[in-house]
Design a protein around this ligand. Sequence first.
Ligand code: ZN
Length: 254
Amino acid sequence: MLNDADLERYARQVIMPDIGEAGQEALLAAKVLVVGAGGLGSPAVLYLASAGVGNITIIDDDMVSRSDLNRQIIYQTQDIGNQKVKQALAAAKNLNPDIKLSTLPVRATIGNIRKLVAAHDVIVDCSDNVETRYLLGDTAHREKTPLVFGGAVRTEGQIAVFQSGVDGFEESPCFRCVFPAMPDTSQAPGCSEAGILGPVTGVIGSMQALEVIKLVTGIGSSLTGRLILFDGLNGSIMDIATKKRSTCMCCGVK
Ligand SMILES: [Zn+2]
């Protein structure tokens, strides 16, 4: 049951017939893991916290740098040099003290990720490296957990939802079906080499939070089996249908 403070805090979304009190209760009960508290994780965590996602875990082993501040809007200049997860937790708690926030100042690894994924309802990939992305893709499939993938570099972004391990979505592709080969870093430069405009991570991170809200409340059409490519320079969006590959080394026939 929502109390009076909840009804006031979430009034603008509870009033929407699609959400209602039942949707808000689902959000408050949800457990969401955000991997990476950088350019994508900043808006994602802020929007998830403000929407009242009741249990948010943030994992990131990095410290706040001055060069993060053009896009990582959860941090302030005074946070430079501090643990990102500590500052992200403080910012999200200030925004919404009624939700439960947990943080892990470590990297997602093969040793810790399985238990973490299994303990959450939705995984949000806001990481900044391909190794973590493949680790999350494979683990989310195995643990039958929805994965909201996002990426951004320079002026372009992409977002997709993977639910190949989830009952009823077995025919949808996993992360490896769509990205079969791990690119080397010369072909897929990260933000530190290629650059990034802050609003681009803002668009993609916000869309990731929206996909989480849609998955938790069951509203709308999720981006499962789709890949959205955002071209910030052109102001255009491409919506690509993606397919399961029977030879996929993650979800294909063994
Ligand atoms: Zn696959």
